[in-house]
Write a protein that binds this ligand. Structure first.
Ligand SMILES: [Zn+2]
Length: 172
């Protein structure tokens, strides 16, 4: 048995079979770049796809120059995109998907029709990674700017808390 490995851990360890990745279609998005779309009608609660990628610490990631997708999954854990469909989920302030309670994947918050784009609120994973991006999602609850959870007002934090990754939920 190895004592310790310096190789980054690949996330997740759970079986792909738990997820309905057959319902996920990756293609060009009207929101931004490439997106993930419903390949069929998706009932609320369906587990869609696991998070995949390589886990690095904050001091191993140069936030200013990194060009691949990056997801904060812990106070000092960042998931670096590995090319799975989970890398292509765009942001919306009124999302139709959220993180599973175990924080290992994405599930449908409501019934989603074939062809709809899967959208998540990025503040439910990012806590304090520091970036800000203008939001053009057009939702009635659009905040205008995408920030980490730490920068949200109290009302928005309470609304998003049930959808947030476990490492954020335990702070409140
Ligand atoms: Zn928005």
């Amino acid at each position: 048995m190895p004592i310790a490995s310096t190789a980054p851990r690949v996330f997740p360890d759970t079986a792909e079979a738990m997820y309905r990745t057959d319902l996920v279609d990756v293609r060009e998005s009207p929101v931004s770049g490439t997106g993930a779309f419903a390949a069929g009608d998706v009932p609320a609660g369906t587990r869609l796809m696991p998070l995949t990628g390589t886990v690095l610490r904050r001091d191993q990631v140069d936030m200013d120059t990194i060009e691949v997708g990056i997801l904060q999954i812990g106070d000092d854990k960042f998931l670096i995109a590995a090319g799975g469909p989970d890398d292509y989920i765009n942001h919306a302030c009124d999302p139709n998907v959220a993180f599973t309670p175990d924080g290992m994947g994405y599930y449908a918050l409501r019934d989603i029709q074939a062809g709809e784009e899967f959208l998540i609120d990025y503040a439910t994973s990012e806590y304090d990674s520091g970036w800000k991006v203008t939001c053009l999602c057009g939702s009635s609850v659009c905040r205008g700017v995408v920030t980490g959870f730490a920068d949200l007002d109290d009302v928005t934090q309470q609304r998003l808390l049930p959808m947030a990754l476990p490492y954020i939920r335990v702070k409140f």
